[in-house]
Design a protein around this ligand. Sequence first.
Ligand SMILES: *[C@@H]1O[C@H](CO)[C@@H](O)[C@H](O)[C@H]1NC(C)=O
Ligand SMILES: *[C@@H]1O[C@H](CO)[C@@H](O)[C@H](O)[C@H]1NC(C)=O
Ligand SMILES: *[C@@H]1O[C@H](CO)[C@@H](O)[C@H](O)[C@H]1NC(C)=O
Ligand SMILES: *[C@@H]1O[C@H](CO)[C@@H](O)[C@H](O)[C@H]1NC(C)=O
Length: 939
Amino acid sequence: MRRKVIYSPENQPSPGTNPITRMTKLKLCLRLLWHRKLTLCVCGAILFILLNWYMQSESFLIEEFKFPVPPTTMSRQEKGKFSPEDIEVMRKKSLSKQESQVYVNYMADNFVINFTVIQNSARTCIKKFSIYNAGQSNIPSFFWAIYFYDNGKVGHNSFPYPRGLPVDNSELLIFHEAGNLYRLSPTEKFSPYINSRDTIEVPYESYGPHVSRHYSFPNWFVSCDICSPRILKSTAGEDLSFVETFSKPQQLKRGSRDLYRAFTAKDRFSRNSAAAKAPKPSVHSVIPTPLRVDAGGEESLVVTPSDWVVSTKDFVEEASLLAEKLHLKLAKSATSKVITFSQGKVNLPKNSSLSVSEAYHIYINPSKNTIEVTANEASGAFYATQTLLSLTEKDRSDTSKEKGHRFPGMNITDAPRFEYRGLMLDVSRNFVQKATVLKLLDLMATYKVNKFHFHLTDDDAWRLEIPEFPELTKYASNRCLDPSHEVCLPPSLGSGPFVNTSGSGFYTVSDYKEILRYAKSRHIEVIPEIDVPGHARSAIQAMELRYRRTKNSMYRLIDPDDRSRYLSAQSYTDDAVNPCVDGTYQFFKVILRNLHELHKDIQPLTFYMLGGDEVAGGAWEKSPACADLKQKHELRDYHDLKKFFFKRMMEELRQEDLTFGLWGDAVLDKSLNPNPLEEAMKGKVYTYSWSNVWEWKRGSLAYKLANAGYKVVMSPATYFYFDQPYEPDFEERGLYWATRCLDSRTAFSFVPDHLYWNRGRTQDGGEMTDEILCTGGCPPLTQPQNIRGIQADLWTETIRTPQHLHYMLFPRFLAFAERAWHKASWEDLTDVAQRDKEQQKDWERFAAILGQGELKRLESEGVEYRLDPPGARFSNSILEINTIFPGLPTEYSLNQGASWEKYNPKITTKLSNAGKILVRSSSFDGKRKSRVVSVENSN
Ligand SMILES: *[C@@H]1O[C@H](CO)[C@@H](O)[C@H](O)[C@H]1NC(C)=O
Ligand SMILES: *[C@@H]1O[C@H](CO)[C@@H](O)[C@H](O)[C@H]1NC(C)=O
Ligand SMILES: *[C@@H]1O[C@H](CO)[C@@H](O)[C@H](O)[C@H]1NC(C)=O
Ligand SMILES: *[C@@H]1O[C@H](CO)[C@@H](O)[C@H](O)[C@H]1NC(C)=O
């Protein structure tokens, strides 16, 4: 039997009465009755019977013993039979530390969480979790607390609720800890014990729909005031099996108008079907696609380590890299069997905006047995090396036989369309180990991506050692449960109560320098970001700790008298540094000095990212320091203060050759138009246009910023936010505030030069109309030279392991790299139908290269790229399977997964058994499999 432990007023003692006084009252009453003689005897008898009944009733017992807490091993039938000594021991207020810990441990091991969604709507979600005592023991309900992270704002209509948010009528309260970390605790009136097989139900409402498993976070934990926390086992680890598998539309859809539904195998089959017919990729193919390839017939040459050499005067490092990878020696000069690197002019098409400094030319000449590389600058030579390495990978089996590398005869003339080809990595939400970062830099270099935007800080942690401020890393790089506020920040994003998860970690000075050196040798510029004024809770808390310890307020980042109330996008109430106190600017001078010092001898700092996104409305409103400043400078509101802040930051931090970066929304005024940029700052400020949802009037932001004189890097969330899911599926990882469907094909289709052609779909998955598209206006681009490039952004809220990181980034990062480097011929076609057709053809070419080479190459580099589930259908009882990247192996199972057969399209046996057949795709080495999907043989 499951029982809801819900407080009901009848079984609760009324405070202030006790059985002793009641007995005295009874005696008085009887004496009174005696005086009224026999006329009242009848009444007395009735009273006696009632009293007798009452004294044997449960409510009386509860009153008498007050906290009838059974020993842990006692079954429910025996309750009330234990001795007063037992009871005394068990009284909730006198539970010793040790005993409480026993119960906390018991709860962690035996309390099973079951989480589900009851109803989504576009704005809110009603959800519920149950806590089930699956163990054998009845335990006292002492002052436990269960901590959980919910990505919505729990009780969003009731913020703030310092005394707790009541859960139904259950005498349970939810408290807002920090950000989206919440704590569930019983009140004093809560049922005094939780028995074996009891279930506690916790329904609540939060902001924003919850439609996938990975929108839930693991590592819920239980603790008490005097206990050490313990992770609830049923929520531990990465499988998130405590989240019920949703099946109802109101669980899977974001609202009643949501048109998205999970792809079926059949849907996928038709999505993939065109690409399946794509021809085998050419031996000349390289990703990203070079500007110009002149293939020279069938001839090829083989570079063998025994007799080939690499020769260079000008680009020693780049040439050495190639020599190292191909196991060749460096030599002064040679006339044959030589790869030469020389500095020289690369002839590019006239009047193009191509990035000349990165251009290169490769001439592979089989008749002379030479490869000649020409480049304007070292970066061009580096990309030539990457291209040659990419060509060697085309036929691995061949090379092993010949102990060399075969190259087709050809000429390549290449240069990127954009000087800025970036990847942003958020290492605050979850820490990314140095080794994973280095690997990522390698992969960026392989695909010719040259800017590493390093999001080093956010609300949830600070990740870079600044020796002058040890609090930043000794304290604010850790996440754990810490009532003392001295050890770590709160455990947001499912990082659990201890510091040994991806919630905690930082780069030491030497780690950071190693990353810089590694990036530099791969021609990647590292752009550090210390996000302010919003998203800065980690810095604020660290500097408050420093202030508490030193009593020196020099570097405080807040106005201590600020009584403003606000809620950030991730539900922080205290994450905006104050623009009106000097400490803020003093602090950043130190930070920037340290950054200059770190970069100095490796890669001098020329680009510093200030952040500036999502400052919560309401910040600084009740700050006396800001009231003064507003008066002094005639500033009206939050927008003016923000403007003031960035102006002063840039003035204070400005140096020759330093460019500043800002998220696009940092410079917007009330009506979403960019603040004018001072003449002196033109060309010195890069902005990132990210929030491109047309319905939110933000879609045209990139053009507005460019027209206002800001340089612009486009990182449109619906195309290049690789924290968003690949498919609108319950099992897909990722947040979905921008889109539910961002696969490699989507990223591939972005047209940077024609912003308004990137229509996509509405938030609900509907058709995009011109009206919706232009809700924020569709101004033409008047300053095209200000569009400097594109960037993929990887936020890590749901990314806790290197596997998650690879899954979210690859393979779609290759599609991004293709767009960043190569402008396809279809991109300028004005006829939509023709453009779509040409784009589809180009996609098929690209998909074939991935399926028949590039994915294998990723695999050999140890990249655990996402395996797209296959498409499948039955046609006349013949099973047909295809994949988004033709060439990827697939498998099927006729016995619900007990065994798997490799799929071979040439074998077209009819399958007689009707019903569900399971299919999945596989990595080339067979070690990894995609999500399993099913297809029905309905004959
Ligand atoms: C959790 O929910 C699932 C699905 O609703 C159900 O099958 C299972 O029995 C529940 N577990 C517990 C312990 O309540
Ligand atoms: C490659 O370029 C060289 C000289 O630049 C030229 O002689 C040769 O014909 C070209 N080969 C091809 C295949 O275009
Ligand atoms: C060269 O570029 C400029 C500016 O982008 C443009 O106005 C001009 O028409 C171009 N000329 C040719 C021949 O394409
Ligand atoms: C993390 O620390 C906790 C508490 O010290 C320990 O129980 C747990 O096993 C540790 N986990 C890992 C993965 O080391």
